[in-house]
Design a protein around this ligand. Structure first.
Ligand code: PLP
Length: 402
C-alpha cells in the first residue's frame, strides 16, 4: 500500500526507539526522554509578551491569511535580517511563512528537485534534510563534518562530492546534532564553492540565537549577498514555541535566475493555503521584543549550565569523548569503538532504553556513517541530565555495548 516514494525516507528521532519508549510507558515505566529538542516539557516557557500578543490577536486570526503569511510578520522578518546586515534589496515578497521550518524544508526541496538531482547534506545532519531530499526525488549526498576539527565541515570532502547533478548545499549552522558554530572564514570558503559551481545554499539557522561562550553567528545570506540563498528560521527553539509551528523561509538576492523556482514555491504555498495564523501573530513580537534567550545562554544561564554538566558527565565515562557544543541544544558524544564495539547503534539505544529507561537517539539516525555516536538533548535540569548520563556510564560499564 505504501508509496515507493517513501522507500528511502527515514526520520529516526521519532522512529522505532520512540515506539518502544511508548510501549514501556504503557507498562507503567517512567521514561526519561532525551530524544527531542522540544523546550516546553523541560520547563522552558515562552516570553509572556508573545503569549499575550497571540491571545489578543486570536479574534483576528480566525480566517486564512495570505499564503506567504501576514504582512506584519514578514515585515518584522525583513527588518530583523536587515539589522543583521542583509542586502536591502530583500523585501516582504521574499519571505514565506510556514508551519514550522519543517514544512518549509519539504516545500523548498519539492519545488527545486527533479528525480536524481543531488543535494549536499552534512553528515551528521538533522535528518529531515536527507529525508525531504529523498521524498522530493533527489539524492542526498553526504559531506563529512570533522569531529577532530570541532565538527566543522570538511570542505575538501564537500568539493569532491560535487557533480553535474548537484543543485544545492545544505548548511546547518549552529548545527544539530553536533552544536558546531561555523566561523566566518569557513562560511566565506563555502560561499566561494557555491559561487564556482552555481549552487543554491539552503541555510538552516534555527539555532542562530542559542550560542555559548564566545560563539557568534553570521547569517549565510549576509556573508554571500551575491548568491541565491534560502534561509530557514523560526520560533521553535530560541522562543520556546515549538508547538506553535511558526517558521519562515527568506529568499536572498539575486532572484533574477530563480524567478521560476520561486513561482513553484508559491504554488506549493498556495496549495497548503497558509501557515497557522495565530502563530504568525507571534513573530513580530518575538523578533521585536527583548531576546530573553540570552538569559539562558550567558554565564549563569540554565542552558549553558546544562551544556557544561552534560559535557563533563560524558567525559567522565571511560572511552567516551565529547566535543563541546558552541550552540544549539544537543551533545553528540563518541563511544570509542575499541572500548565499546557496537555493531548496531539502534539496537544499543533500544537495549539502553529497556535497561535504564532513558531515551536517546543513535548517531546513524543523523546519517552518521558508523555506529559510534549518540545524540542527547541538553534541555533537562542539571540533576536529571547528570543522572541520565550516569545511567549511560553504568550501562556501558555493565557490558551494555557488547
Ligand atoms: N531544523 C533543525 C536543524 C532542527 O533541529 C529542527 C527541529 O529540531 C527543525 C529544523 C524543525 O523545526 P520546526 O519546529 O520549526 O519545524
Amino acid at each position: 500500500m505504501q508509496s515507493t516514494k517513501l522507500a528511502d525516507v527515514c526520520y529516526d528521532i521519532r522512529g522505532p526507539v520512540l515506539v518502544e519508549a511508548k510501549r514501556l510507558e504503557e507498562q507503567g515505566h517512567r521514561i526519561l526522554k532525551l530524544n527531542i529538542g522540544n523546550p516546553a516539557p523541560f520547563g522552558f516557557s515562552a516570553p509572556d509578551e508573545i503569549l499575550v500578543d497571540v491571545i489578543r490577536n486570536l479574534s483576528d486570526a480566525e480566517g486564512y491569511s495570505d499564503s506567504q503569511g501576514l504582512l506584519s510578520a514578514r515585515t518584522a522578518i525583513v527588518s530583523h535580517y536587515q539589522d543583521r546586515g542583509l542586502d536591502t534589496s530583500v523585501t516582504v515578497d521574499d519571505v514565506w511563512l510556514g508551519n514550522g521550518v519543517s514544512e518549509l524544508i519539504v516545500m523548498a526541496l519539492q519545488a527545486m528537485l527533479n528525480n536524481g538531482d543531488e543535494v549536499l547534506v552534512p553528515a551528521p545532519d538533522y535528518p529531515l534534510w536527507t529525508a525531504a531530499t529523498s521524498l522530493a526525488g533527489g539524492t542526498p549526498v553526504h559531506y563529512r563534518c570533522d569531529e577532530s576539527e570541532g565538527w566543522l565541515p570538511d570542505l575538501d570532502d564537500l568539493r569532491a562530492k560535487i557533480s553535474a547533478r548537484t543543485k544545492a548545499i545544505v548548511l546547518i549552522n549552529p548545527n544539530n546534532p553536533t552544536g558546531a558554530v561555523y566561523p566566518r572564514p569557513l562560511l566565506e570558503d563555502l560561499a566561494e564553492i557555491a559561487r564556482q559551481h552555481s549552487l543554491t545554499v539552503l541555510a538552516d539557522e534555527i539555532y542562530d540565537k542559542i550560542l555559548y561562550d564566545d560563539a557568534s553567528h553570521v547569517p549565510f545570506a549576509v556573508i554571500a549577498p551575491d548568491l541565491f540563498t534560502l534561509t530557514f528560521n523560526g520560533l521553535s527553539k530560541a522562543y520556546r514555541l515549538a508547538g506553535f509551528r511558526a517558521g519562515w523561509l527568506l529568499a536572498g538576492a539575486p532572484k533574477s535566475h530563480a524567478a521560476n523556482y520561486l513561482e513553484g514555491l508559491t504554488i506549493l504555498a498556495n496549495m497548503r493555503l497558509c501557515a497557522n495564523v495565530p502563530a504568525q501573530h507571534a513573530i513580530q513580537t518575538a523578533l521585536g521584543g527583548r531576546q530573553s534567550i540570552r538569559d539562558l545562554v550567558l554565564p549563569g544561564g540554565r542552558l549553558l549550565e546544562q551544556r557544561d554538566a552534560a559535557v563533563s558527565a560524558l567525559r567522565a565515562i571511560p572511552g567516551v569523548s565529547c566535543v563541546e557544543p558552541k550552540g544549539a541544544l544537543y551533545v553528540f558524544p563518541r563511544l570509542d569503538p575499541e572500548v565499546y564495539p557496537i555493531v548496531d547503534d539502534q539496537r544499543f539505544v533500544l537495549d539502553f532504553l529497556r535497561d535504564q529507561h532513558v531515551l536517546l537517539v543513535q548517531g546513524t539516525g543523523f546519517n552518521w556513517p558508523t555506529p559510534d555516536h549518540l545524540r542527547i538533548v541538553t534541555l533537562p535540569h542539571v540533576e536529571v541530565l547528570t543522572e541520565a548520563i550516569g545511567r549511560l556510564g553504568t550501562f556501558l560499564a555493565d557490558g551494555g555495548a557488547d
